[in-house]
Design a protein around this ligand. Structure first.
Ligand SMILES: Cc1ncc(COP(=O)(O)O)c(C=O)c1O
Length: 361
């Protein structure tokens, strides 16, 4: 018998670039780091849903067609332009694998959601990063277009509004990016993780251009972080190509039913999202008034990013959050934004907890 099994004969050559991160959990700390949805009314909606849920559905295979038809009508897109997916983290991996396997090239608005940086490494995909931090929107736009125009067919990724500062790129710029991508034969992925907290709407682009894929997690905007669901919208060609790889078969009836339930009561969901936007804008105004020398980003998301300007403020503030048992995103440690923090917004209760931290600061 052989003494050693040679896994390398079976595994992807570059898989060691990936480190699987177990979520550690934060104990009794409140997590205002991951941009989950913090609103108690969402729990009440789920309880209401469970009362009407038919348990016999757990024993039956899901019939995706019914759910997808209803959602396609809701979003006013063709049935073949929509796919329901089990959260978008896994999907990003799948999509990048499936659409960059020939071009081996990715143009990335950077920094971006970590998966866009990590997964291409496994496939030997070249990543061209275009930095948007500490640049004006026009500067970034010009640089991005120059790279798009000067590259061989690639996949282009942009998150709008973006996940670090929460700022958004205006629709006209995105439409121009789509047009340039089309001319150069690039597929454009628009990650819309935070779109429901903004006034943006990229959906009409899928009828204008055949090379667009919109990825929308419902983790932040519909409170699906624990249930895992997302939507993708795109041209029929791209969606039917992706569908062939069976991603939809991982969805359960329970989750699909809840997804439809929330869309049927969309006013209630919208109200929750509006409450969060109200808290966000109130918090931004509070920071502006109290700390006029800080830089508070004009977030269009469910979080607020702040440059507190000095190491002293930054250290003191992190201590105040810790004292109040709240975890926030420390953008400084991620080394590209000195003394920056990012805080997830939530309902009134979360707002009061934040006010307490600032009283202790
Ligand atoms: C920009 C962006 N895209 C995608 C995701 C992944 O979301 P999920 O896997 O919960 O659908 C996140 C999560 O933080 C994100 O910030």
């Amino acid at each position: 018998m052989k003494s050693k099994f040679i896994y390398q004969n079976h595994f992807k050559a570059n898989h060691s670039c990936l480190v699987f991160k177990e979520r550690a959990g934060y104990g009794d700390y409140l997590n205002l780091k991951s941009n989950e949805l913090h609103h108690l009314k969402m729990d009440a909606l789920f309880k209401k849903f469970l009362k009407g849920y038919d348990p016999s559905l757990n024993r039956k295979y899901p019939i995706h067609t019914i759910y997808k038809k209803e959602l396609a009508d809701f979003y006013n897109v063709d049935y073949n332009q929509l796919m329901i997916v089990p959260g978008t983290n896994f999907l990003i991996h799948q999509v990048l694998e499936l659409i960059t396997s020939n071009t081996k090239s990715l143009i990335l608005q950077s920094p971006n959601y970590l998966s866009y940086h990590e997964y291409p490494m496994v496939n030997n995909t070249k990543v061209i990063e275009v930095n948007y931090l500490q640049k004006t929107e026009d500067e970034f736009f010009e640089n991005f277009l120059a790279v798009i125009d000067g590259s061989e067919p690639s996949t282009v990724v942009i998150t709008n509004p973006n996940g670090f500062t929460g700022e958004m790129i205006k629709y006209d710029h995105i439409e121009s990016i789509a047009e340039h991508c089309f001319k150069q034969n690039h597929i454009l992925i628009i990650d819309e993780a935070y779109v429901e907290f903004s006034k943006l709407d990229h959906l009409k682009l899928i009828s204008l251009f055949p090379n667009i894929l919109i990825i929308r997690t419902l983790s932040k905007s519909f409170g699906f972080a624990g249930l895992r669901i997302g939507l993708i919208f795109g041209s029929q060609e791209i969606v039917s190509y992706l569908r062939k790889f069976g991603i939809e078969n991982t969805l359960s009836n329970l989750i699909l039913e809840y997804l439809i339930f929330l869309h049927r009561d969309f006013q209630a969901v919208k109200k929750i999202q509006c409450d969060i936007v109200t808290s966000r804008d109130k918090f931004i105004r509070f920071l502006h008034d109290k700390y006029p020398d800080w830089h508070i980003y004009k977030s269009q998301t469910n979080f607020v990013a702040v440059d507190v300007r000095t190491q002293e403020n930054y250290t003191k503030l992190l201590k105040a959050f810790d004292k109040n048992k709240i975890v926030i995103k420390d953008l400084d440690t991620d080394s590209f934004l000195n003394h920056h923090i990012r805080i997830t917004m939530g309902d009134k209760n979360i707002f009061s907890q934040l006010m307490k931290v600032f009283r202790d600061f």
